[in-house]
Write a protein that binds this ligand. Structure first.
Ligand code: 26Q
Length: 817
C-alpha cells in the first residue's frame, strides 16, 4: 500500500485497514459504526501511510546531511488535515471510491473532523502555510510547537454577546493524525537556583532547577504535495514526572503530590487567546520556555546523532523564531553550550548568533513582548544571568558606535530601566539573530525606519523583508474545487506548485464564455455558503446580492467598526433617502474577540443586534442583510472565502503588518476594498489600480493628522451621513427597550478620540463602496476584475515566501527523495 503514487494505491488493502481500525482501534463493528467512527478509522488508516514516510524521511541520510530549518512557533493553526492530506497524497478520488464501496460518503466523513485550532489567527496560520510549502518543495524541516489540550476557545452567542467554551479538539478518542514519540521525550526544569563550582581549576556555573516536568512530543505529518516527503510538525505536551515528589508521596501526602501533577499538566493545557496583545502572565512564560527548551534539545539531539560537531551547528541547522514568543531559545542554547557542553562564551556566541533568525509580525506597542526581570529571575535564574551578559557585551558595541550617547544605550538596551525593570524580547532577538524580517514590504520598511532604526545602522543588511504568502493547495485547490477544475482546463494543472502560471488565465478575462463559467463557479460557492447560513443560522440569503466579507480576529485596528458605520449609513439611506439606490448586499463578519478585550466584544454585540433588526426590517426588504458567522476557524474560512465578492481589508494604515486573508480572498476572485496597509500595497501592485478599491489615509497622512491634533468631532459635525449613522448607535433602534446599549462604540469613536481614525476614513470608504456597487451592475466588467484578481496574485503563494527565506536567509537546498 504505497502512499503517494496514485497508480500504486491498493484499494483493497486500504479498505481492509479501515475495517481493522473500526474493530480493533475504535471497538465498533461494520454494522454499528456511526459516521464519526468511520472517519476515525479512515483517518487512522491514512495516517499509517504517512507515518511510514515520516520515519523514512527522519532516517534519510541525504536529509541528515543537509541543512534543515527548524520553525519555532507557539502557534500552528493547521486546520483539518484529512482532506488536504488526501490531495497531497494524490489519492482523493481513490479514497472517495474506496469509502463509497464501504457505504460511506467521503465529503460527509471529512465533516466529522474537528479543526485543530492551535493558533489565534494570522501568525499561527502563516506557520501552517509555511510547513505546507516547505514539505511541498522538499526543504528539510521540522516545525516545533505546543500540544495544547485546548486550542482557541469555541465561540457562540448569547443574546448577541460572545460566549467562550473550551475547545477539546482531540475528542475522547484522540486525533487520528498524531503519533506520540515517547522515545524523544525530554525533561524540562523551572525555578531553583544557580551555583558556582570548580572543575579542572576553572570556575563554572550550573542551574539546579527546583521543578522538573516531562515534554512529550506528538508528531503530525506534513505531507509534501505529490511527493514522498513527509516532515514532522512536532508538538510538545507537558506531563508530570511520576513520582513527581517522591518525598511527599512517601510521606503519605498523596493529594499534595497529585496537586503538583495537575500543575505540571497545566503548562500546555490551553492556548492563550490574545492576538496582538501581550500580558505578562507567569504561565505564558512557562509555556514559552517549555517550548524553547524541548525544541532546542531536540535540535541538538538530531544534530549530534547525525554525527556533526557543535561548531558546525549553523552549517546544518537554522532556527526561525516566529515572533518573539520563542526568544528564550537564544539564552537556552547559550546555557547548554556553556554550562553543559563546556564551551567558552565567545565560541558559544559565534554559534548562537549564526543560528537564529527572527520574524517580526507587529509594530503595535501593546504587542511587543516585555517580561518582568524579576519573573525571569525567579523562573529561569541562569537565563537571566546570560541575558545580562549578552546585554553587557551588546551595550559595549553600542558605546563603540555612538561614544558618549547615553540615550542610544538606554533605547537599545535589552533591559528596560525603571522602577520595574523589564526584558525587551524584540531587542534580544535582534541582537541574537543573524537575520530579522518583516512580513510585507511596507511593514519591513516601518520596522527599519520606526521600530529598529538604530539596529539598522548598527547591523546593516540584517533587517530584511519576506512578504507573507498562503498555500495554494489548501486555499484554492482544496477549498474551491470547481474553480480549480476550471483553471486547470484552461492552463493545465501545474499551477498548485507554480502559482505564477495563473497569469495565463488573464488571457481569458475578457472572453464572455470564460467570464460566465467563472461567475457560475462563484455563484455555486455563494449558494454553498448561503445553504450553510440557512441550515446553521436560519437566515435566508439572496445569492444574487454582493457578498461582502470581513473575516479576521476582532481588533480595533482592523476596524470592524468602520464596516459597521458603513452598514449603518446604507440602512439610514435606504430608510430616509428615496433617491438612494444600491445593489442588494450581504455583509458577512466572522471573528473571535480576545475574552478580555472589552471593546472588541462590544463590537460583536453591536453587529449581532444590528443584524437582528436589519434582517427583519420589512422596510428595506432584501436589500441589506448582515450575518455574523459564529466560531470563525479554518474550516469555515474554507467555505466563506470561495464565496466572497468583496474582501474587506480596512485596517488603519501602518497597523496591519501584512494580512494573509487579503491574499486568500483575492486568489478566489474577490475584489479588495482596502487601505494602503500591509500586503494590500503589494496586492495593488500586482492586480493594478483598476482591479482594487483603495481608500483612506496613508501612513504619513495618519502621522501628520496625529501631529496636527486629530479631532473626530470635526468629521462628525461636518458630515451629516456620518453623524446620522453614528447617532443610530445612541437610541434603541437596535436594542428595543434598552436605549444606549451600543454606545460604547459611539463613545470610543468620539469622546475616546477614535484612536484608529475611523471617522477620518469614513467618507472615502463610503465612496469606494459606492464605486464597487456601481461596478457590480456591470456583470461582465465585474467578472473581468474578479478573474484578474485570481490571475495576478500568484506572487502570494507561500512557496514564493519560502523561496525568499531560503535564498536570502536560510540558504538551504532541496532534498529529493
Ligand atoms: C504574546 C504574548 C502573550 C500572549 C499572546 C501573545 C501573542 C499571541 C499572538 C501576540 C501576538 C499574536 C499574534 C499576532 C499575529 O497574528 N500577527 C499577524 O501576523 C500575520 C502573519 O505575519 C500578519 O499577516 C498580520 O498582519 C499580523 O497581525
Amino acid at each position: 500500500m504505497k502512499s503517494k503514487q496514485t497508480g500504486s494505491f491498493d484499494k483493497v488493502l486500504f479498505q481492509e485497514s479501515v475495517k481493522k481500525h473500526l474493530y480493533a482501534t475504535y471497538a465498533t463493528t461494520f454494522e454499528k459504526a456511526d459516521k464519526h467512527a468511520w472517519f476515525l478509522a479512515m483517518g487512522t488508516a491514512l495516517a499509517e501511510l504517512t507515518t511510514c514516510d515520516l520515519l523514512c524521511t527522519e532516517h534519510d541520510e541525504k536529509i541528515r546531511n543537509a541543512k534543515s530549518v527548524n520553525y519555532l512557533s507557539l502557534e500552528f493553526l493547521i486546520g483539518r488535515l484529512t482532506g488536504n492530506n488526501l490531495i497531497s497524497m494524490g489519492v482523493y478520488q481513490q479514497v472517495a471510491e474506496a469509502m463509497e464501496e464501504l457505504g460511506q460518503n467521503l465529503t460527509d466523513l471529512l465533516e466529522e473532523e474537528r479543526d485543530p485550532s492551535l493558533g489565534n489567527g494570522g501568525l499561527g496560520r502563516l506557520a501552517a502555510c509555511f510547513m505546507d510549502s516547505l514539505a511541498a518543495q522538499e526543504f528539510p524541516t521540522v516545525g516545533y510547537g505546543l500540544h495544547y489540550e485546548y486550542g482557541l476557545f469555541k465561540q457562540s452567542f448569547d443574546h448577541g454577546h460572545q460566549v467562550e467554551t473550551p475547545d477539546a479538539w482531540r475528542g475522547v478518542e484522540g486525533y487520528p493524525w498524531e503519533i506520540a514519540r515517547p522515545d524523544l521525550a525530554q525533561e524540562i526544569g523551572f525555578y531553583g537556583h544557580v551555583e558556582t563550582y570548580q572543575e579542572n581549576g576553572k570556575e563554572k556555573r550550573r542551574w539546579l532547577p527546583g521543578m522538573t516536568v516531562k515534554a512529550m512530543p506528538w508528531d503530525m505529518p506534513i505531507v509534501g504535495y505529490e511527493s514522498n516527503t513527509v516532515y514532522p510538525l512536532r508538538l510538545w505536551e507537558c506531563q508530570a514526572i511520576a513520582p513527581f515528589s517522591l518525598e511527599s508521596f512517601n510521606n503519605g501526602n498523596y493529594f499534595e503530590a497529585q496537586h503538583s501533577l495537575i500543575d505540571a499538566g497545566n503548562i500546555t493545557k490551553v492556548l492563550y487567546p490574545n492576538d496582538n496583545h501581550e500580558k505578562g502572565k507567569t504561565l505564558r512564560l512557562m509555556q514559552q520556555y517549555f517550548h524553547s527548551a524541548a525544541s532546542i534539545r531536540d535540535i541538538l539531539r538530531r544534530h549530534e546523532e547525525a554525527g556533526h560537531t557543535l561548531a558546525s551547528l549553523p552549517k546544518y541547522e537554522t532556527i526561525q523564531l516566529n515572533d518573539t514568543h520563542p526568544t528564550v531559545s537564544i539564552p537556552e542554547l547559550m546555557r547548554i553550550l556553556i554550562d553543559e557542553k563546556e564551551m567558552e562564551w565567545d565560541d558559544a556566541w559565534a554559534i548562537c548568533s549564526k543560528t537564529f533568525a527572527y520574524t517580526n509580525h507587529t509594530l503595535l506597542p501593546e504587542a511587543l513582548e516585555t517580561w518582568d526581570e524579576s519573573l525571569i529571575q525567579r523562573l529561569l535564574p541562569r537565563h537571566m544571568e546570560i541575558i545580562y551578559q549578552i546585554n553587557y557585551l551588546f551595550l559595549k558595541e553600542v558605546r563603540e558606535k555612538w561614544p558618549g550617547d547615553v540615550e542610544k544605550q538606554r533605547k537599545l538596551s535589552i533591559i528596560q530601566e525603571g522602577f520595574h525593570r523589564m526584558v525587551r524580547m524584540a531587542n534580544l532577538c535582534v541582537v541574537g539573530s543573524y537575520a530579522v524580517n518583516g512580513v510585507a514590504a511596507m511593514h519591513s520598511e516601518l520596522v527599519k525606519q520606526d521600530l529598529f532604526p538604530e539596529f539598522n545602522v548598527l547591523y546593516p543588511g540584517k533587517l530584511q523583508n519576506v512578504t507573507n504568502g498562503i498555500t495554494p493547495r489548501r486555499w484554492l485547490k482544496f477549498c474551491n474545487p470547481e474553480l480549480s477544475e476550471l483553471i486547470s482546463q484552461k492552463i493545465g494543472s501545474d499551477w498548485p506548485t507554480q502559482l505564477d502560471q495563473l497569469r495565463n488565465i488573464a488571457d481569458y478575462a475578457e472572453e464572455t464564455e470564460f467570464q460566465k463559467a467563472f461567475m457560475q463557479v462563484k455563484q455555486a460557492n455563494k449558494q454553498r455558503l448561503a445553504d450553510w447560513v440557512e441550515q446553521n443560522m436560519d437566515i435566508k440569503l439572496d445569492t444574487q446580492a454582493i457578498f461582502d466579507v470581513q473575516i479576521k480576529r476582532l481588533h480595533e485596528y482592523k476596524r470592524q467598526h468602520l464596516n459597521v458605520l458603513h452598514i449603518l449609513s446604507m440602512y439610514h439611506r435606504l430608510l430616509h433617502d428615496s433617491d438612494f439606490e444600491m445593489e442588494p448586499r450581504v455583509v458577512f463578519f466572522a471573528a473571535k474577540a480576545a475574552p478580555g478585550y472589552y471593546l472588541a466584544k462590544e463590537i460583536i454585540y453591536a453587529v449581532n443586534k444590528i443584524a437582528e433588526k436589519i434582517n427583519h426590517d420589512p422596510r428595506i426588504g432584501n436589500k441589506l442583510k448582515v450575518v455574523f458567522i459564529p466560531d470563525y476557524r479554518v474550516s469555515i474560512a474554507e467555505i466563506i472565502i470561495p464565496a466572497a465578492d468583496v474582501s474587506e481589508q480596512i485596517s488603519t494604515a501602518g497597523k496591519e503588518a501584512s494580512g494573509t486573508g487579503n491574499m486568500k480572498l483575492a486568489l478566489n476572485g474577490a475584489l479588495t476594498i482596502g487601505t494602503m496597509d500591509g500586503a494590500n500595497v503589494e496586492i495593488r501592485e500586482e492586480v493594478g489600480d483598476d482591479n482594487i478599491y483603495i481608500f483612506g489615509l496613508e501612513v504619513d497622512e495618519v502621522e501628520q493628522l496625529k501631529r496636527s491634533g486629530y479631532n473626530p468631532f470635526d468629521y462628525y459635525n461636518s458630515n451629516s451621513l456620518l453623524k446620522a449613522s453614528l447617532d443610530l448607535l445612541l437610541g434603541e433602534e437596535f436594542t428595543p427597550g434598552e436605549p444606549g446599549k451600543l454606545r460604547a462604540i459611539y463613545d470610543s469613536l468620539l469622546d475616546g478620540g477614535d484612536p484608529y481614525f475611523c471617522l477620518a476614513d469614513f467618507e472615502s470608504y463610503v465612496k469606494a463602496h459606492e464605486a464597487m456597487d456601481e461596478q457590480y451592475k456591470d456583470t461582465a466588467g465585474w467578472a473581468k476584475k474578479a478573474i484578474l484578481n485570481t490571475a495576478l496574485v500568484g506572487k502570494f503563494s507561500s512557496d514564493r515566501s519560502i523561496q525568499d527565506y531560503v535564498n536570502n536567509i536560510w540558504k538551504l537546498e532541496t532534498v529529493k527523495r
